[in-house]
Write a protein that binds this ligand. Structure first.
Ligand SMILES: *Cc1c(COP(=O)(O)O)cnc(C)c1O
Length: 451
């Protein structure tokens, strides 16, 4: 019986899949501060034209440029695994599969889009990219990708992660990037936060403000975002496309697809190609898994909000906990974002996908069981998907139902060992973000005439 299902390099997808083509209702437009849709030209200050076109595109298939495929071939196609030992440990009749995105050089799915973004920027003559990073995965991915195409990378790293994960910083610097703990005093956005909260642990929202501010103020510098935006989710669909080919090879097909959900990119990446089948009648359930401490889809409001804390980005219609939401310092840094992809949000709103929130301790228990059965130490973010899959596999055991379950192993946890240390020492706690705090933050949603 097979354990890993491999595709030859020649079977690597040649096109990304754009879910917008199959959405029943066109996505809500991004809005400017005046409440009018943002014209594509406005985004050209910080993004290359090719990416702006992808952001707005309704084409079902978009070709992956050959130089991008050349770099992706360093680790793609990624393997699909059958989790035999996890199944045995759970005594479940379910068949559990995972797509292993931890095999990229940076250790997560994020280089799938970083490589594409760096290439399009290099083609547009851009010399520098500014970005933010939470847990450090995105900063690493962009640092790596910048090297491949001769682009300098500057990273604003959320301060708590900068302190918790020094080796992520070392890795970015090894790939030639400059890294600063955000909030910094180098930008207006950072200085404004420090004036009020000198000890601010930082947040993705603040770090995004700093990077956007820098990109907008320099002609040679663009901004790159590791999640949330349509073009980022587009670039990640190579994950689900490969997975579909791999399932075809073995004559199986998932009943349910799970992925951790921070900004929605690895979820969209694995789930959207299956949504294409769902759109034409196939039964498949797509489940985004988030932390109870940052429950954007399950407890947020569906409203127009800014993507950053200073209000520099366009307004996006999404599930949000409010742009000034300060997430607790949980150990899945990549899932501590107040908003979510507009595409994922709209599909959730239309009940075409599902979402579930899982508490921190359950995710680490799941991650440790996974490490002890399958061998790979998963990223704390990925542990969320594993926990949700384990819940479902246990349900299958009770009901005697042999479902096929697929999840995205979005990354490994080799730089997160201090989090595992704390879990193993019994020092981690569950944290449900209090409803009153969510409501307080939601009171600060932008008020736009006519909405
Ligand atoms: C960044 C990250 C996530 C969450 O981001 P999404 O955009 O929701 O995919 C999940 N897992 C890992 C390993 C990450 O690095």
């Amino acid at each position: 019986m097979y354990t890993k299902i491999l595709l030859p390099e020649s079977e690597m997808p040649t096109h990304w899949y754009n879910v917008v083509a199959d959405m029943p209702i066109a996505p809500a437009p991004y809005l400017g501060p005046d409440g009018n849709p943002v014209p594509p030209e406005a985004m050209l200050a910080i993004f290359p034209e090719a990416l702006v076109m992808q952001e707005m595109s309704r084409e079902r298939w978009i070709e992956i440029p050959e130089p991008v495929r050349d770099v992706l071939r360093l680790w793609r196609p990624s393997p699909l695994y059958r989790a035999h030992r996890l199944e045995q440990a759970l005594k479940t009749p379910a068949r559990i599969y995972y797509k292993n995105e931890s095999v990229s050089p940076a250790g997560s799915h994020k280089p799938n889009t970083a490589v594409a973004q760096a290439w399009y920027n290099s083609q547009a003559g851009i010399k520098r990219l500014a970005t933010e990073t939470g847990a450090g995965q995105w900063g690493c991915a962009l640092a790596l990708a910048g090297q491949m195409f001769g682009i300098e990378v500057r990273v604003y790293m959320v301060k708590v992660s900068y302190e918790q994960k020094p080796y992520r910083r070392s890795m970015m610097e090894t790939w030639g990037a400059e890294v600063f703990a955000s909030p910094t005093n180098m930008t207006e956005s950072g200085r404004r936060v420090l004036a009020v909260h000198p000890d601010s642990p930082g947040s993705l929202g603040i770090a995004i403000s700093e990077a956007v501010e820098e990109a907008a103020s320099r002609a040679d510098t663009n901004y790159a975002l590791g999640s949330v935006l349509n073009h980022v989710l587009l670039h990640q669909t190579i994950i689900g496309e490969e997975a579909k080919k791999q399932f075809e090879l073995i004559g199986d097909y998932p009943d349910m697809v799970f992925a951790p959900c921070g900004g929605g990119s690895n979820f969209g990446g694995i789930a959207f190609p299956f949504f294409a089948d769902k759109a034409v009648g196939k039964e498949v359930q797509l489940v985004a898994v988030e932390p109870t401490s940052c429950p954007t889809l399950t407890k947020g409001a569906y409203a127009y909000d800014w993507g950053d804390s200073a209000g520099l980005t366009p307004l996006m219609k999404m599930y949000t906990l409010g742009h000034d939401f300060m997430p607790p310092g949980i150990h899945a840094g990549g899932l501590r974002y107040h908003g979510d992809s507009a595409l994922v949000s709209q599909l959730y709103r239309e009940r075409l996908i599902d979402a579930v929130a899982v508490p921190q301790l359950e995710t680490f228990e799941a991650g440790v069981l996974f490490a002890r059965t399958e061998g790979i130490v998963p990223a704390p973010e990925s542990c969320h998907a594993i926990a949700a899959v384990i819940r479902e596999a246990r349900r299958c055991q009770v009901d005697g139902e042999p479902k096929t379950l697929l999840f995205n192993l979005s990354g490994h946890g080799h730089f997160d060992m201090s989090s595992f240390d704390r879990f193993l020492a019994g020092e981690l706690e569950d944290y449900d973000y209090p409803q009153e705090a969510i409501e307080e933050s939601l009171r600060h949603l932008p008020k736009i005439a006519g909405l």
